[in-house]
Ligand binder design. Structure first.
Ligand code: NAD
Length: 467
């Protein structure tokens, strides 16, 4: 068995792990990454990237459905669904190869295999049979093993009829009907995608509103748009059980009054959250502290074991790729002795890529009021935007929650066709301590959807000009 020596060994090559390794290498550390599956982790291979490829297909499908309105006569449009899936897989492959290129460019050694922590300075690389093939000694370890779908008792995931998002990415044929269990980001994105291609979709969400972490106005706007698209949305409804039954699935749901009903469909998608991957790689050998299914870390991503760090989904909410990457940067900088500030979770954008898209940063209106702020709320609907009308996407709005006393932008919420691109303006504004008035008085190009951000700020001061 070959022995190797490193400053940092990273276990897992998702957007947390591979970014941590690059940052460590930039700072002059000798870094290695261990990966058991494909470089890029869930995000690049089974999450963020391939889903965005599929969602683009869904947008094109909507356009084709409405082609007549745009002056095109297309006749009957047929869909080659395996080709839709193949394109998404191809995009994932390209991204995974991109990580391989970045590893070489930064002189990071990649070990394909299962990382197993023997002690706090030694990680073995093991093969499929559990046999150690390499031994890596290292001053520091960064655990970036990610998370897996959470599966509640009663929901019998068989990966054929009752599936997770991974199977939903690789169907070879469209299901005729689909029940989506949970209306968070995964549920909303797949509900939108499959509905666009003609699957009869029912979403079931335990909380009263879909996308329940979003501002209530945003959740309601998306629910309205989804219903218009033909998706059946059931809020305030709990899934009690789900199981395959012959050629379909049976899903028992319960409303807030405790009344039960059995829904049937060809398939059901389990999308009720994720839980950290904490088992099978030796955490117990070094006594890493776990809290509610995730590794406990401090603001510099240090675990309770000196020299051992953990980043990304395995450390808990918010389970987002861009959070994992920033945690990777902070951990690597701390190891190199360069970290001045720990992680700041107060300005993290959240994005959902259905149509209309949903994006937010900072506090919801409700959270700001509950935190004791006196708030000014500014709102501008896209139906009042010339650009939105011109491009045929008038659903949604921009909403800004502004502190009435000092003008601080406490939160921004956008529902609309390019919401996920537009949210960066509000994030940067908050980071730079821009006030609502700064945004109001910043000249935005006309015609753009971003003008709606400026108009929402103006509205907070009672000075909106175009509505
Ligand atoms: P989630 O936690 O965002 O949503 C799960 C939903 O399921 C919740 O709204 C919850 O109330 C509901 N739920 C739980 N039990 C239920 C039951 N028995 N019956 C009905 N509803 C129930 O989780 P997710 O959508 O699975 O996504 C996992 C993680 O990945 C999330 O943190 C998410 O933010 C992240 N993610 C992000 C993106 C993105 O940024 N676009 C995309 C996909 C996933």
């Amino acid at each position: 068995m070959a022995d190797h020596n490193f400053d940092v060994v990273v276990i897992g090559s998702g957007p947390g792990g591979y970014i941590a390794a690059i940052r460590a290498a930039q700072l002059g550390l000798k870094a290695a990454v261990i990966e058991t599956d494909r470089l890029g982790g869930v995000c690049l291979n089974w999450g963020c990237i391939p889903t965005k490829a599929l969602l683009k297909n869904a947008e094109h499908k909507h356009f084709l459905n409405e082609a007549d309105e745009w002056g095109f006569s297309l006749g009957n449009v047929s869909v080659d669904f395996p080709k839709v899936i193949a394109r998404s897989r191809d995009v994932a492959d390209q991204n995974s190869s991109g990580v391989s290129f970045l590893m070489k460019k930064n002189k990071i050694e990649v070990f394909m295999g299962w990382g197993y922590i023997v002690d706090k300075n030694r990680v073995e690389v093991r093969d499929k049979d559990g046999k150690a093939t390499e031994s890596l000694t290292s001053k520091s370890i960064i655990i970036a093993t990610g998370a897996s779908p959470r599966i509640f008792p009663g929901i019998e995931v068989d990966y054929k009829r009752v599936i997770t998002s991974k199977e939903a990415l690789t169907f070879d044929k469209l299901p005729e009907s689909l029940i989506v269990i949970g209306a968070g980001a995964i549920g909303a994105e797949f509900a939108y995608f499959y509905n666009a291609f003609g699957t009869k979709v029912t979403m079931v969400e335990y909380q009263p509103n879909i996308l329940p972490v979003e501002d209530e106005d945003a959740s309601k706007e998306v629910a309205r748009a989804f219903k218009k698209q033909g998706i059946a949305v059931r809020g305030g409804t709990k899934v009690v059980s789900a199981k395959a039954n012959g050629n379909g699935v049976e899903v028992v749901v319960e409303n807030s009054k405790g009344e039960q009903e059995t829904l049937t469909a060809e398939m059901a998608l389990n999308a009720v959250g994720v839980t950290g991957n904490i088992e099978g790689f030796g955490l117990e050998n070094i006594g890493v502290e776990i809290e509610r299914g995730h590794i406990k870390v401090d603001e510099f991503l240090r675990t309770n074991v000196p020299g051992v760090y953990a980043i990304g989904d395995v450390v808990g909410a918010p389970w987002l790729a861009h959070v994992a990457s920033m945690e990777g940067v902070v951990a690597a900088e701390h190891i190199a002795g360069h970290a001045e500030h720990g992680m700041d979770y107060s300005n993290i954008p959240g994005c959902t890529y259905c149509q209309p898209q949903v994006a937010s940063v900072g506090m919801t209106e409700k959270a700001a009021r509950e935190a004791g702020y006196e708030v000014k709320v500014g709102k501008f609907p896209f139906k009042a935007s010339g650009k939105a009308r011109a491009i045929g996407h008038t659903d949604g709005f921009v909403k800004l929650v502004i502190d009435a006393k000092y003008g601080e932008i406490l939160g921004g919420h956008i529902v609309g066709s390019e919401a996920t691109e537009m949210i960066a303006e509000i994030g940067l504004g908050r980071a730079a301590d821009a006030t609502g008035m700064t945004v109001h008085r910043t000249v935005h190009a006309h015609p753009t959807l971003s003008e709606a951000v400026m108009e929402a700020a103006a509205d907070a001061y009672g000075e909106a000009l175009n509505m």
